[in-house]
Design a protein around this ligand. Structure first.
Ligand code: NAI
Ligand code: MG
Length: 358
């Protein structure tokens, strides 16, 4: 009997989400079968914008209690052309991240073999970064309001929240992430020249927490200058920590610099492991290519590998990435990476490569 048994909730949700999650599940099933050391049980949740349009709710009553029982969640993307984006994002993704206290959002970047970066001097081995994004408060805390709708004096506020509790915990998480990597180097990103309250708290907390991690070297950047450094001096970076908004933007830039938004993963982690963590490709529901069979599944494969790593199956995660890189190196890739293959071809190729890796 297998003792390492994990219950995975799958939720493709909208657009290409179900297509890439299906591909991810296919590859995970193959991996588990070849490995034999652990078992994954999948339970699918059909929560999506269709559910919302039918019932007025993304998450049915009692839904989160059911979801809470799983060891991890593999998520696709949420967003539909006929539902405002703020409704879909808050209705499903943030409605899971916030109650489950997934306060650390982790976004690694790299250039896969056989793919190229738009940066002239970057190649495989470069842009090996991890961006740690504060995922529970900041600019996306959900505080604010609107009044005098429709009048010329209509007013809207979007209040950023920075609590010492949350800044300390994300800073510790970031220093620990940096400490586990070979370079042991962290860059703390803020905008503490213009945002003189919350961002100054970030700077102060960084100074304090740094003392707990004396083997980690670190520096500070303002977010605008950081975009220049990512493009002009990418080799000078390793682990990066920033607020919810800043890291959201920087990580899209990172994904594009690494070649495509179709390869980048995200982990929404509850580092206390009280609640399940949620793993998803960084991209959205991509209506422009939905149903065409051309979505790049690589982001979801890397996402699945991050999930396995979090569950303690690091060896299997490594094999998954090895298989994916062999496939990209051979040029079996979707259009966003300059290839001609469809989702199914790439997925089948990764499954076949897993046979070789094991
Ligand atoms: P998007 O990531 O869906 O698409 C941006 C561009 O990248 C499109 O041209 C798309 O075709 C391409 N693309 C994305 N993923 C791809 C993949 N796997 N393979 C090949 N090409 C890919 O971002 P967009 O267009 O801004 O948003 C579309 C919807 O997705 C919106 O409703 C938005 O709110 C939602 N969204 C949801 C996210 C989530 O659930 N975490 C994250 C980002 C956006
Ligand atoms: Mg984003």
């Amino acid at each position: 009997a297998v003792s390492r048994n994990y219950s995975i909730a799958t939720m493709g949700a909208d657009g290409i989400g179900p297509e890439v999650v299906d591909a991810g599940v296919q590859v995970l099933k193959k991996l588990q079968q070849l490995d034999g050391g652990f078992e994954l049980e999948f339970e699918d949740y059909d929560w999506s914008s269709d559910t919302y349009k039918k019932t007025g709710k993304y998450i049915p009553d009692g839904g989160l209690d059911k979801l809470k029982k799983h060891d991890a969640i593999l998520f696709g993307a949420v967003g539909a052309p006929d539902v405002p984006d703020h409704i879909s994002l808050w209705g499903l993704r943030l409605a899971i991240c916030q109650p489950f206290q997934q306060y650390a959002n982790v976004r690694p970047t790299k250039i896969f073999k056989g793919t190229s970066s738009p940066l002239r001097n970057a190649e495989h081995g470069d842009l090996d970064w991890v961006i740690v994004r504060e995922n529970s408060e900041g600019e996306y805390a959900g505080q604010g309001g609107r009044s005098h709708r429709g009048h010329p004096w209509e007013t809207a506020t979007e209040v950023s929240i920075f609590t010492r509790h949350s800044v300390e915990r994300i800073m510790r998480f970031a220093f620990e992430t940096a400490q586990k990597r070979p370079r042991k180097f962290l860059t703390v990103v803020t905008k503490s020249n213009a945002q003189r309250n919350g961002m100054v708290l970030w700077d102060e907390v960084a100074n304090e927490i740094a003392k707990e991690y004396e083997d980690v070297k670190w520096d500070k950047m303002l977010v605008d200058a950081m975009t220049c450094r990512m493009v002009l001096d990418p080799k000078s970076l390793d682990t990066i920590v920033a607020t919810n908004l800043h890291a959201d933007i920087l990580s899209d830039l990172a994904a594009a610099l690494a070649g495509s938004i179709g390869i980048a993963p995200t982990s929404n982690l509850d580092p206390t492991r009280t609640y399940p963590s949620m793993f998803e490709p960084i991209h959205g529901s991509a209506f422009d290519i939905t149903g065409k069979g051309v979505a790049n599944p690589v982001a979801t494969f890397w996402t699945a590998a991050e999930m396995l790593e979090w569950l303690g199956e690091g060896e299997a995660a490594k094999k998954m990435m090895e298989a994916v890189e062999t496939v990209t190196e051979r040029g079996i890739a979707t259009k966003d990476l300059g290839g001609k293959a469809g989702t199914k071809e790439v997925t089948d190729a990764v499954c076949a490569e897993l046979e070789v890796v094991y």
